[in-house]
Design a protein around this ligand. Structure first.
Ligand code: GLN
Length: 304
């Protein structure tokens, strides 16, 4: 299969969508990222890396980081996590609060913000509170890029605008669901979201999801069964209220972040990351999603 041709074509076809949608407005600095960017990178389980466009420009990974923190927590404590957070898709926005109170402070899934906060709470317990450092380390090691870092300015920008996440954390604390102090938990969550990495970095770092849980070193991060389940949660919950449509369009687990990054996992084949800052209503990159759909179509890598 001519993967280089497929990646180039998907990139070129999505160029017409660049500029569609809006940058995330909830974090002031994200609103200033130029809309005209489009990057694509495919990392295959055979070790090939194929990039196009702005594939080496670091962007704010935001909620893409949540797959990595979840993988680390599952590796550490296994299934007991699912007592604290459910595995149900949500039709509400990722930062919705209503459902959380109705559900007695147990989030719908680990990718809505409340659920991701619970995952960070567990990761802090596992890593003497240095949860963001653990995620950063995983990304650096798996991508082979030690220059991946936390964008401190971006983190400061989110810190000044994190009322909804603070509200979610306080609500969970009121139900007795958190182990750590809300202020520290929010800090670690924001640091993790503010990691800046490129499409090439993210595609390579996410390869263990396509490789049955094996890290680049050959070490097992997650068993095949665990990674299958993790991918199921990514498929059903990774793109929030759009997950049903995305499952039809791409036919594979997809995670998005409001920095405009999207990552698709094609088990047994590879991991694809696209980035373009213009988002649709659900907070998913418009051009990025088009790239994933195009590559899934052309390769026939749908899990269905
Ligand atoms: N840091 C962002 C927030 O909490 C992440 C949201 C996202 O990428 N969907 O709002």
């Amino acid at each position: 299969m001519d993967l280089r041709g497929i990646v180039d074509e998907a990139h070129d076809a999505a160029v017409r969508l660049v500029g569609t949608g809006r940058q995330a407005q909830s974090i002031p600095l994200l609103g200033e990222v130029p809309l005209d960017r489009l990057g694509v990178a495919l990392a295959t389980v055979d070790g090939e890396v194929i990039g196009a466009g702005d594939c080496r420009e670091p962007f704010s990974v935001q909620s893409l980081s949540k797959v990595f923190s979840l993988a680390l927590v599952l590796a550490h404590e296994g299934e007991s996590l699912w007592k604290r957070v459910r595995r149900q898709p949500s039709s509400l926005r990722y930062d919705a609060l209503v459902q959380l109170d109705v559900d007695h402070g147990v989030p719908r899934n680990p990718f809505v913000n409340a659920g991701a906060l619970v995952v960070v709470d567990r990761l802090m317990a596992a890593h003497a509170t240095e949860s963001a450092a653990a995620v950063l380390e995983l990304l650096r090691t798996e991508s082979g890029n030690p220059a991946i870092r936390i964008d401190e300015r971006l983190a400061a920008s989110e810190r000044g605008a994190s009322h909804r996440n603070a509200a979610a954390a306080l609500l969970m604390a009121s139900h007795g669901r958190l182990e750590h102090e809300v202020a520290e938990l929010l800090d670690r969550y924001i640091d993790q979201c503010a990691i800046a990495a490129s499409c090439v970095d993210v595609a390579q770092a996410g390869l263990f999801l396509a490789r049955g849980g094996l890290l680049g070193s050959g070490r097992v991060l997650l068993s095949e069964r665990e990674v299958r389940r993790l991918n199921a949660v990514v498929l059903t919950c990774g793109t929030y209220e759009a997950a049903g449509d995305v499952a039809c369009q791409v036919g594979a687990p997809v995670k998005s972040g409001i920095g405009g990054g999207v990552m698709a996992v094609f088990p047994g084949h590879g991991t694809l990351c696209a980035w373009s800052p213009g988002l649709d209503e659900a907070g998913n990159s418009v051009a990025g999603m088009a790239v994933l759909e195009e590559v899934a179509d052309a390769t026939g890598w749908s899990v269905f």
